[in-house]
Design a protein around this ligand. Structure first.
Ligand SMILES: C[S@@+](CC[C@H](N)C(=O)[O-])C[C@H]1O[C@@H](n2cnc3c(N)ncnc32)[C@H](O)[C@@H]1O
Length: 284
């Protein structure tokens, strides 16, 4: 694996607070999420050896490992605005994918420290949903992507949640997470908007393919890795913020979470859809 000394961060653009934060629990949740969903989300994404690939918002490297494994020989450049996350990402990828060719850059994705058309491919996962202005971010990604190069974007959409046993209280706690993400400038319902966002940003050949996760007791790895450790863990992580914002009481919160957990019990079921989009930077 190749590493470089991190570059000096550019002046950050005013941007949204990151609703999930940077705690060790969140790092673990991102890892569980990426590993559980790797086959589903990374299927069809492989870049040729020698190609220059930019991963935007790499976080703690949870997706970077899968990118590197699917694209041996690709020259990956991974960017995040959190230097702490990048330090963890570097250690994680060194351990998990020692042959990977990755360089790490602390940078704001709205002001990337790269020249025009520097990359053959760009990959970004669960990042646009945290931005106040995803359209402006896409314009910056288009700037650094060569004409004919590809962009891959993966986002969730909490509106796709369907579970059994159904519960009004459980839907309420999910609604609090959606509200808090929105209050922080993001959009937990972004998946459904990918096609118009990419088209409006000037990309061509836009193709959005929903990737559905469905978990019940016949798929215990998904129940544990996705329903419990990814989705419910994400909702639980905003408990204090939801209380502080006056959205809920301890009793209502506990009731909603207890009901949501029933979807991961024997006889419970849980469904969620991710949206994976690919697009091409137009030729001049
Ligand atoms: C939900 S995490 C996803 C991390 C990783 N892509 C994954 O799927 O595990 C979102 C990441 O986007 C980064 N991020 C948010 N806004 C950013 C910005 N303006 N510039 C660079 N990184 C940003 C955050 O620091 C965080 O690491």
């Amino acid at each position: 694996m190749t590493t470089t000394t991190p570059t000096t961060p550019t002046t950050p653009t005013p941007h949204t607070a990151y609703v999930h934060g940077y705690s060790p629990q969140e790092a673990r949740r991102l890892g569980d999420q990426a590993d559980t969903l790797a086959a589903l989300l990374h299927a069809g994404t492989a870049y040729p050896p020698g190609s220059r690939v930019l991963e935007v918002g790499c976080g703690v490297g949870a997706q970077t490992v899968h990118l590197a494994r699917s694209s041996p020989g690709a020259r990956i450049v991974a960017v995040d605005r959190s230097e702490e996350s990048l330090t963890q990402a570097r250690a994680y990828v060194t351990e998990q994918a020692p042959a990977a060719d990755v360089t790490w850059h602390p940078a704001d994705l709205f002001q990337l420290p790269f020249t025009d058309a520097e990359f053959d491919h760009i990959f970004t996962c669960f990042v646009l949903e945290h931005l106040r202005d995803p359209g402006r971010a896409l314009a910056e990604l288009r700037r650094v992507l060569r004409p004919g190069g590809t962009l891959t974007v993966i986002e969730g959409d909490h509106g796709s949640v369907v579970f059994h046993p159904d519960s009004h209280h459980a839907h309420e706690v999910i609604g609090h997470q959606i509200h808090l993400q929105s209050a922080a400038g993001g959009n937990a319902l972004l998946g459904r908007e990918l096609e118009p966002l990419l088209t409006d940003a000037g990309f061509t050949d836009v193709a959005v393919r929903p990737r559905t996760v469905y978990a019940d007791r016949t798929r215990p790895a998904l129940v544990d890795g996705f329903t419990r450790k990814t989705f419910i863990a994400m909702i639980e992580s905003v408990r204090d913020d939801a209380m502080a914002a006056g959205l809920t009481t301890a009793a209502d919160w506990n009731r909603g979470i207890a009901d949501l957990r029933r979807a991961a019990d024997d006889g419970g079921t849980f469904h969620y859809t991710f949206f994976k989009a690919t697009a091409v930077s137009p030729q001049p």
